[in-house]
Unconditional design. Structure first.
Lengths: 281, 82
C-alpha cells in the first residue's frame, strides 16, 4: 500500500521517508500491503504472505526471469523475488527516496539481481519485450492514467510474458452527489493514502484485452482482504507510542479513522480488492 | 454576481488544492482531463465551496454537470438574469 506524508512537515526526503516508512512497517507489517486472510483471525504477517503467494501463483516466476516491479515501494518484494526465485528484478518508482531506500535494502541483503530506478509506470521508457513478468502489487491506484500503465506493461512484456496485478478496486459507480455528501471521508483517505483513484476490475480486464493480452483470471478478493483494517488498527494500538513518536498523534488518528472509513466502504460494497493475471501471446 | 467573483472562488479552491492553472481561468478551460484535472472528489469540494459562497452550484443543481470554467460562469450568469 502506498502511503503519503501525513503531518505536512518538511524534512530531508530520505530521512523523512525512513521515518514514515518505519511507522507504516509497524502498522502494516514487513510486507507493507493488504493481507489475504484465510480467517478473520489469521495473523497479519501470514495474511500478507498469502496475498504475495496469490500474486506468485499467477506470475509463475522461474530462475533467470526478468521481472519488472512497477511501483516497487520499499523494494522488499523485489528483493524477495531475487532471493527466493533467482529472478532478475528491476523495481521502478517515481520516488527518489524510494529508489535510494530500495537500493540500500538490496545492498544490505547482498542481492545484485535487484536494481531500482526512478521511472514512471505509465511511461517507463524501457525497451519493448524486455521482461518475462510485470508485477504491480498495490501500486496502480496511484497512477491516474491506468490504461497507460497497462499499455506500458503490455509493451515491455516479451511474448509469453505474464502480467500480475492486485489493488484496491471500485465495486460500484459512486454518484456525484454521494461523493459530495461523503467528501470529508474521502478527503481523510486522500490525506492518509495519497491521491488514489479506484477503478472496477472490469476496466482493467477490458483494457488488457484491448491491448491484446489474454486475461487468465480476474478475481474479487474483497472478503479475504477485509480483516486487514482490523489488523492495522490493532497494530496502531499495540505500537501506539512508537507510531506517535514517528508520525505524530494527528497522523496516527487520521490513519485509524481511514481504516474505519475503508472498512465501511468495503462492507457497503463501494470499494474492495481485486487480483488479476494476464499473458502476452 | 460577477464572473470575477466566481473565478475568484475557483482560483481559491485550485490554490488550496495545489493545482496548476492559468490565473486568467479562460472560459474554455476544461475542468477535468486536459485542463484543471479535477477528480470527482475535487469537483465535489469545489461544488461545496461554490454553494457556500453563492447559495447554489452548477454541479449539484440537477442539470448537466459543467465541463468547463465557462459553463460554471454561464450557470451563475443565467441565475443572475433569471
Amino acid at each position: 500500500m502506498s502511503t503519503t506524508d501525513l503531518d505536512g512537515a518538511s524534512h530531508e526526503p530520505e530521512k523523512h521517508y525512513d521515518r514514515v516508512h518505519e511507522a507504516w512497517r509497524l502498522i502494516m507489517g514487513e510486507e507493507f500491503h493488504y493481507g489475504y486472510f484465510a480467517t478473520p483471525t489469521t495473523p497479519l504477517e501470514q495474511a500478507t504472505a498469502a496475498l504475495t503467494a496469490q500474486m506468485l501463483q499467477r506470475a509463475g516466476i522461474g530462475a533467470g526471469d526478468r521481472v519488472l516491479d512497477v511501483g516497487c515501494g520499499t523494494g522488499r518484494q523485489a528483493c524477495d523475488l531475487v532471493e527466493e526465485y533467482d529472478a532478475r528484478v528491476l523495481g521502478i518508482t517515481t520516488s527518489g527516496a524510494g529508489v535510494a531506500a530500495a537500493t540500500e535494502l538490496a545492498a544490505s541483503r547482498g542481492l545484485p539481481g535487484a536494481t531500482f530506478e526512478q521511472r514512471d509506470g505509465t511511461d517507463n521508457g524501457l525497451p519493448d519485450g524486455s521482461f518475462d513478468v510485470v508485477w504491480a502489487l498495490e501500486s496502480s491506484h496511484l497512477m491516474r492514467d491506468r490504461r497507460a500503465l497497462l499499455s506500458e506493461a503490455a509493451r515491455v512484456l516479451a511474448p509469453g510474458g505474464r502480467l500480475v496485478l492486485c489493488d484496491i478496486i471500485n465495486r460500484r459507480r459512486i454518484p456525484f452527489l454521494e461523493v459530495r455528501a461523503r467528501r470529508d471521508d474521502f478527503a481523510v483517505l486522500r490525506a492518509a493514502f495519497g491521491d488514489a483513484h479506484m477503478l472496477p476490475l472490469s476496466d482493467y480486464t477490458g483494457w488488457l484485452e484491448e491491448l491484446g493480452l489474454q486475461v487468465s483470471d480476474a478475481t474479487d478478493i474483497s472478503d479475504e482482504t477485509l480483516p486487514t483494517f482490523e489488523a492495522w488498527r490493532s497494530n496502531c494500538a499495540t505500537h501506539e507510542q512508537q507510531v506517535v513518536e514517528l508520525i505524530g498523534e494527528q497522523a496516527r488518528d487520521e490513519f485509524v479513522r481511514s481504516c474505519d472509513i475503508l472498512e465501511g466502504l468495503w462492507n457497503d460494497g463501494t470499494f474492495g480488492y481485486g487480483i488479476l493475471g494476464a499473458a502476452k501471446p | 454576481m460577477t464572473a470575477d467573483r466566481v473565478r475568484g472562488v475557483i482560483a481559491t479552491f485550485l490554490t488550496g488544492a495545489k493545482k496548476a492553472f492559468d490565473p486568467e481561468l479562460p472560459g474554455d478551460t476544461d475542468l477535468y482531463g486536459g485542463g484543471l484535472e479535477l477528480d470527482s472528489l475535487e469537483a465535489a469540494e469545489l461544488s461545496a465551496m461554490l454553494e457556500d459562497e453563492f447559495g447554489t452550484d452548477p454541479f449539484s443543481a440537477g442539470e448537466e454537470m459543467p465541463e468547463t470554467v465557462g459553463e460554471v460562469l454561464a450557470f451563475y450568469e443565467a441565475a443572475a438574469t433569471a
